[in-house]
Design a protein around this ligand. Structure first.
Ligand code: TF8
Length: 338
């Protein structure tokens, strides 16, 4: 009897293993996911995309393959977003700022001086209000998975050191394709010109524009130090990146496949934030080493800038809706207290 039971149990467990293996095999179809991004391979964006690709492949037993395509080879952020909506491309990572034309609520992350530090950004972006803004994308044909860190933005230009607000006067400054950025820099006296990131280096090199603003990491990885002399530490806004999936594509995936993408995205987020912060800590010294002249704004001038920029807050609140504005302010206050 005992032997019989043992044999039966053994047979059953073999059946269970076979069965679960079959389920798993059916859950993952062979898939190739084109994942586009705008910076180059040797950037924080490139490194985290690589990690994401490895995680997806590992977790799907090699069935799901991510083809990472950087340097805007699949198009600018805006072009890739359209390709995702239409179902011609599966995934991308890019700036939340370039999504404002599709989902107006994304403009909340362009609020100048919204976060004082990266920890506040993590808490708010990964919390309920960050999710709520992300979920707004679905009705437009996009699924947001996680926010990555682009980082605190700083100003560079080829004309002169910016020591006071008036030094911005007439500087032709490239901004992201988004009205908040356009308004913000017009308010500061610059001649703001919206351009896709993919055209920025050439525009700086040919002096079509005099300056731009981005986190230290990007100034370094995109070699802007070759065409920009002056860097002013302004930290005027924290920019998130967002990992997106085409909703058309997402809806055709099994639950197991969706889980693989979401889990890998979370791992890539945690890696990317650490990597970005470690790089940013050293980047300023690296940029000085490359010959950039760096200055901090005197406190009084930084305050003037902050005050001027607060003029755009009312229009952001009106655009995203008072209730979301209040939710985000509340979440920031809570993050600050805790
Ligand atoms: C910018 C952003 C860029 C992103 C990137 C190409 O200045 O900061 O980093 O759009 O995904 O455009």
């Amino acid at each position: 009897m005992k032997t019989f039971r043992r044999t039966l149990l053994a047979a059953l467990s073999v059946a269970a293993i076979t069965c679960s293996f079959q389920v798993a095999a059916q859950d993952f179809k062979p898939r190739i996911i084109r994942f586009g991004y705008g910076l180059n391979e040797v950037s924080n964006q490139g490194r985290a995309t690589k990690l994401f690709a490895e995680e997806v492949e590992k977790a799907s037993g090699g069935k799901m393959k991510v083809r990472a395509i950087g340097a805007a080879a699949l198009g600018s952020d805006v072009q890739m977003q359209q390709a995702l909506i239409g179902g011609a491309q599966e995934m991308m990572v890019g700036s939340t700022a370039t999504l404002v034309g599709i989902t107006k609520e994304m403009a909340i992350w362009d609020t100048p001086f919204l976060f004082n530090n990266a920890k506040e950004a993590d808490v708010v972006l990964d919390g309920p209000v960050g999710q709520k803004v992300m979920d707004k994308l679905q009705e437009k044909g996009l699924v947001g998975l996680v926010y990555w860190e682009n980082g605190f933005r700083n100003l560079t230009n080829s004309k002169r050191p910016v020591n006071k607000l008036e030094d911005m006067d007439g500087i032709k400054l490239r901004v992201m394709q988004n009205n908040v950025f356009l308004d913000s820099f017009k308010t500061l006296g610059a001649n703001a010109v919206p351009l896709p990131f993919s055209e920025l280096f050439t525009a700086l090199e040919t002096k079509t524009v005099d300056g731009q603003e981005n986190p230290y990491n990007t100034i370094l990885s995109s070699k802007f130090y070759e065409v920009q002399k002056y860097l002013t530490v302004t930290n005027h806004v924290y920019s998130p990146w967002i990992v997106l999936v085409s909703k058309k594509y997402w809806d055709g995936l099994s639950t197991a496949e969706q889980k693989v993408l979401l889990d890998a995205a979370k791992k890539s987020r945690d890696f990317e934030r650490q990597d970005t912060r470690a790089e940013a800590d050293k980047a300023l010294a690296d940029l000085k080493g490359k010959g950039m002249q760096v200055n901090e704004l005197p406190a009084a001038e930084a305050n003037r800038m902050r005050e001027k920029l607060s003029a755009v807050n009312a229009s952001i609140a009106a655009n995203v809706g008072e209730s979301l504005w209040k939710d985000v302010q509340g979440a920031v206050a809570q993050a600050r207290a805790g």
